[in-house]
Ligand binder design. Structure first.
Ligand code: BT5
Length: 329
């Protein structure tokens, strides 16, 4: 039996009824090892940050789990059929998207999730970087193998934005809003960004990597101007404690699966409808920044492929597939 599975057995027995103790003898039976081995593993779990009470007469009781992105903690109570069945979590990586891309090429299956406590070279779009301080944010990449044409990739971006905004709302109650194509804002400040990467062959996507970065408990001074974290925005609303990254990561995975299955079953329309309910940019004045030009206009609509349609001042409609949008206030 490997260390991980024994730890897992002990934890799952402890989690089963966290309000009462479980005797050493019972743990021995469940795990199939000696009392000395149980003790050694309890000590190991404590070193990892678990708070486990040991009382000579009553046995062991789980008091607290560490707020680390531990796969078994995220999987505990995860309500999915496919997503998050495989979760690989790293302490530090260059970019979770790069890891996920490499593993997807080697055949890692759909729904697998890569997480990291820190990214040293977190990626934004168009070669930009994503600041990824340790232990306070979520850096997550999920592998999808959708049957779509490469030209439909915007649909996946919008799907990921809807899923991320809903997960943030579920866990924090904050009014997370979407800004096309890939920003999640709270009080007009960016708290989450999404980077979609794809490997395509001829006319189909071989796999897609959805990368999501969320500033959860991140101190604002570590973030670029215009950015914030969920904790910071909650503080303004008087809640002081840290937000559970485990709970949010679990919710992100659940929402991604739910929306992905919805896309497969009913097509893009329901996702697009939800997207429109979670944005306040349609009808607003925007500056569109493309690689070789910029212009202003009114954000008019999202077209059936997920592109932004902007009405230029001369009245013409322009479809934007990829670019940056600055809100003009
Ligand atoms: C994004 O790009 O917003 C996509 C971010 C995706 C990050 C995730 S984390 C997991 C996965 N692995 C990766 O390597 N990446 C993905 P873009 O729209 O280009 O925005 C980038 C810009 O946002 C930067 O140029 C900064 O101005 C700003 N920025 C950088 N770090 C930020 C942060 N932590 N919070 C808010 N804004 C940030």
């Amino acid at each position: 039996m490997t260390q991980a599975t024994l730890d897992e057995k002990i934890l799952s027995a402890l989690r089963h009824d966290a309000s009462s103790h479980i005797s050493g003898e019972e743990l021995c039976k469940i795990a199939g090892v000696s009392r000395a081995a149980i003790w050694k593993h309890i000590e190991g779990l404590r070193e990892e940050g678990y708070s486990i009470e040991a009382s000579p007469h009553l046995g062991y009781r789980l008091l607290n789990i560490p707020d680390r992105l531990i796969p078994s903690e995220i999987k505990w109570k995860l309500k999915t059929r496919l997503f998050g069945k495989e979760i690989i979590s790293y302490k530090s990586v260059d970019s979770t998207n790069d890891i996920a891309y490499g593993l997807a090429e080697k055949g890692l299956k759909e729904g697998s999730v890569i997480l990291a406590e820190e990214q040293e070279r977190g990626k934004g779009r168009h070669g930009r970087s994503w600041i990824s301080p340790p232990k306070s944010g979520i850096y997550l990449s999920a592998i999808l193998r959708p049957q779509i044409a490469p030209s439909e990739i915007s649909k996946v971006t919008l799907l990921a934005a809807v899923a991320a905004a809903k997960a943030i709302r579920d866990v924090t109650g904050l009014q997370a809003m979407i800004k096309w194509p890939n920003d999640i804002l709270v009080n007009h400040k960016k708290v989450c960004g999404i980077l979609i990467e794809m490997k395509a062959e001829q006319d189909t996507a071989v796999f897609v990597v959805i990368g999501i970065g969320v500033n959860v408990n991140t101190p604002v001074k570590q973030l670029p101007k215009g950015a914030s974290s969920l904790r910071e925005e909650l503080k303004n609303g008087a809640r002081e404690e840290c937000i559970s990254r485990i709970e949010l990561a679990r919710k992100l995975i659940e929402r991604l699966e739910e929306d992905y299955f919805l896309l497969k079953k009913d097509g893009f329309k329901p996702i697009m409808d939800e997207w429109k309910h979670m944005t306040d940019m349609l009808g607003s004045r925007v500056k569109v920044v493309l690689q070789n030009r910029t212009f202003e206009g009114l954000a008019h609509n999202i077209d059936p492929d997920g592109a932004l349609v902007v009405r230029r001042d001369a009245g013409t409609l322009e479809k934007i597939l990829s670019g940056d949008i600055v809100m003009v206030r």
